[in-house]
Design a protein around this ligand. Structure first.
Ligand SMILES: Nc1ncnc2c1ncn2[C@@H]1O[C@H](COP(=O)(O)OP(=O)(O)O)[C@@H](O)[C@H]1O
Ligand SMILES: [Mg+2]
Length: 292
C-alpha cells in the first residue's frame, strides 16, 4: 500500500511543518552570523603619553570585510595590533570568537592567536628562506617549539602550502628564496602564510601601501577571494578611500584615535570623509589621483 502525503490542513499545521523542515539537522532558520570580534571601549595610551585609541567599540560578524580608514597617526595600526595583542590595550576589552584576548596569556594566548592571522605592509617574510618555508610558518602556532624550530612540518601541511601557492599564482616560485620576489609576489606569500594558519580573522595592515596600482588590485582581489572562499573575516587598514569603497562590506573611520564612522560604504558621504581626514574633499581626491 502506498502512503499518500496528506497536506497540512490548518495554517498552524502548515507553519509547524515548515518549521520542522527548516530545523532539520538542528540548524536555526535564518540564524545571524556569529560575532567573531568584539571591541568594547578600548583605549590605548603609549608609555610616551600618546593617546592612540580613545574608547573604541565595535563588533564584527563572521564573513564581514571591514576596512578601517583614517589619516596617518589616527590609530589604525594600533587598533589592528591590539586585536591579536601585539599591542596591549590600556583599557577596555577585546574578544576573539567569544574569548577575551586581553586577559589571556601563555598557551591560551597562543591558541587564541591561531584564530587571528596578520598580513603586513612590508610583508615580514624571511628573505633567505624559500617561499614554501615562509608559507609553512603559518603552521607554527599549531606545533610544539622543537618541531617548529626544526621545521618538521607534516606532509599534509606541505601539500596544502604548495596547493595554496598554485592558487595564488606562485606555483613556479615554491622553491625560490622569498627575498628574490617582487613586492606583489611577496605580499601573495604573506597572504598564503596567513591563510595556512586557518584563521577565523585575517588582519591586514596597509597591505597595498608599498605596491604599484596594478599589483595592489591583484592583492586586494586575492584577499577578497581568500576571505569569501574560506569564510575568513577580514579587517583591513587602508588609506585609499576608493579602494575601501570598492572592497569593504563595512567601513570604520578613525580620527585621532576615535571611531567617528561605522557603516556600509553607501553611507560614507563627503562630509564624513572630511570629518575623518580633517581635510576638504577636493584635496583628498587630488592626492589620491597623484597616488600619494
Ligand atoms: N610604539 C609606539 N610608541 C609611542 N607612540 C606610538 C607607537 N606606535 C604608534 N604611536 C603613536 O600612536 C598614534 C597612532 O599611531 P598608529 O596606530 O601607527 O596610526 P596609523 O596606523 O593610523 O598611522 C600616533 O600618534 C603614533 O605616533
Ligand atoms: Mg599604520
Amino acid at each position: 500500500m502506498t502512503t499518500v502525503y496528506a497536506a497540512p490542513a490548518t495554517i498552524a499545521e502548515q507553519i509547524e511543518e515548515l518549521e520542522a523542515i527548516a530545523n532539520l539537522g538542528g540548524v536555526e532558520p535564518f540564524a545571524p552570523a556569529p560575532t567573531v570580534l568584539a571591541v568594547d571601549n578600548v583605549s590605548k595610551r603609549y608609555p610616551n603619553g600618546v593617546q592612540a585609541l580613545k574608547g573604541v567599540s565595535f563588533s564584527v560578524a563572521q564573513g564581514e570585510f571591514v576596512v578601517v580608514i583614517g589619516p596617518s597617526g589616527s590609530g589604525k595600526s594600533t587598533l589592528l595590533r591590539s586585536l591579536n595583542k601585539l599591542v596591549e590595550v590600556s583599557d577596555g576589552r577585546i574578544e576573539i570568537d567569544g574569548e577575551c584576548i586581553s586577559a589571556t596569556s601563555g598557551r591560551a594566548l597562543q591558541r587564541l592567536r591561531r584564530k587571528v592571522a596578520m598580513v603586513f605592509q612590508h610583508y615580514n617574510l624571511v628573505g633567505r628562506l624559500s617561499v614554501l618555508q615562509n608559507v609553512l610558518h603559518g603552521r607554527l602556532g599549531y606545533m610544539n617549539w622543537l618541531s617548529g624550530a626544526l621545521g618538521r612540518y607534516s606532509e599534509a601541511d606541505k601539500v596544502a602550502a604548495i596547493d595554496l601557492l598554485h592558487e595564488l599564482d606562485l606555483g613556479e616560485f615554491v622553491y625560490n628564496r622569498a627575498g628574490e620576489l617582487s613586492g606583489g609576489q611577496k605580499q601573495r606569500v604573506g597572504i598564503a602564510r596567513a591563510v595556512m594558519q586557518q584563521p577565523k580573522v585575517m588582519l591586514c595592515d596597509e597591505p597595498i601601501a608599498s605596491l604599484d596600482p596594478s599589483s595592489a588590485k591583484v592583492i586586494m582581489d586575492m584577499i577578497r577571494t581568500m576571505s569569501e572562499g574560506r569564510d575568513i573575516t577580514c579587517v583591513v587598514n587602508l588609506h585609499q578611500i576608493d579602494v575601501a569603497l570598492k572592497y569593504a562590506t563595512r567601513i570604520i573611520g578613525l580620527h585621532a584615535g576615535e571611531l567617528v564612522f561605522d557603516g556600509p560604504p553607501s553611507q560614507l558621504d563627503a562630509e564624513t570623509i572630511e570629518l575623518i581626514y580633517n581635510t576638504p574633499i577636493e584635496e583628498l581626491m587630488i592626492s589620491e589621483a597623484l597616488g600619494e
